[in-house]
Write a protein that binds this ligand. Structure first.
Ligand SMILES: C[S@@+](CC[C@H](N)C(=O)[O-])C[C@H]1O[C@@H](n2cnc3c(N)ncnc32)[C@H](O)[C@@H]1O
Length: 250
């Protein structure tokens, strides 16, 4: 898993048409959800799967005090660089989300895991372990916010192509797409970056593969309850993918 994202770290922004715009849009939408669900008492945010910082950077820009970790050390290295380029003070570190309480301790106002990170854990037991750790990281009354794909709406089969599009970066053009191969309730995701360097005429393709467990948002809600969260809820149409939330009882 970490190897997949270590390879992806320098290319990750190319998944987005305009990464900076996505950072800003996600921060606006997440801030609105946070205010609606938990009021204005959220100051500290712990992002347990920050990657290169898509949510962490935007939330810090919006005024939250952000601590962030991820399993991939290469992504954390890049996230630190991106924060520094934006003059943001974010405490980044490498940590498995199944051990976030031992690593970060407790008393956070909000714990987040954005953009389908939870399904990288390949069993209910592993997801439950992560949710229990996220719960332990919160102060009483604190919130948990997870965003993930709605797998109930995804086509299943072999060789399913998911085009992301063409990205321009100076003299280089990238064609970005994924191919999914399903096996029961898991699938292998192969990510392709075809790089066309129009100045040197060199063409190369970078390919990396990872496995996901297609857990549904509703099943995550059930596991959140089992981990001790109250007021668990699923929010649709407020973000580009479903958002599941829960609160640690006072
Ligand atoms: C799709 S990326 C999303 C990253 C970030 N939230 C974003 O939107 O840019 C999924 C992330 O989950 C991280 N991840 C996967 N398994 C993890 C684990 N056990 N603990 C912490 N992070 C993990 C990956 O390294 C990757 O950065």
């Amino acid at each position: 898993m970490a190897e997949f994202y270590d390879q992806l770290a320098s290319l990750y922004h190319l998944i987005f048409q305009d990464w900076d715009k996505s950072i800003a849009r996600q921060a606006t939408q997440l801030s609105e959800i946070i205010k609606t669900e938990w009021g204005s008492g959220i100051g500290t945010v712990l992002d347990v799967s920050c990657g290169i910082g898509t949510q962490a950077l935007g939330l810090a820009q919006s005024g939250f005090r952000v601590t962030a970790s991820d399993l991939s050390s290469e992504e954390i290295t890049r996230a630190k660089r991106e924060a520094s380029a934006r003059s943001l003070d974010i405490a980044f570190s490498v940590c498995d989300m199944r051990q976030v309480y031992q690593h970060h301790g407790g008393n956070y106002d909000l714990v987040i895991s954005g953009d389908n990170s939870i399904p990288h854990l390949l069993s209910d037991d592993d997801i439950l372990a992560a949710l229990r750790q996220m719960h332990a990281c919160l102060r009483p009354g604190g919130g948990c916010l997870i965003t993930l794909r709605d797998y109930d709406r995804e086509e299943r089969g072999k060789g399913i192509v998911k085009p992301y599009g063409v990205r321009e970066a100076g003299d280089k053009r990238y064609l970005v797409f994924q191919v999914w191969d399903w096996e029961d309730d898991q699938y292998d995701l192969t990510m392709y970056f075809v790089e066309d360097d129009r100045s040197s005429k060199a063409i190369q393709t970078q390919v990396m593969r990872s496995r996901y467990y297609a857990i549904s948002p509703n099943k995550v809600l059930t596991l959140m309850e089992e981990a001790g969260f109250a007021a668990v809820n699923r929010l649709d149409d407020v973000f580009y993918q479903p958002v599941v939330i829960g609160t640690k009882l006072s």
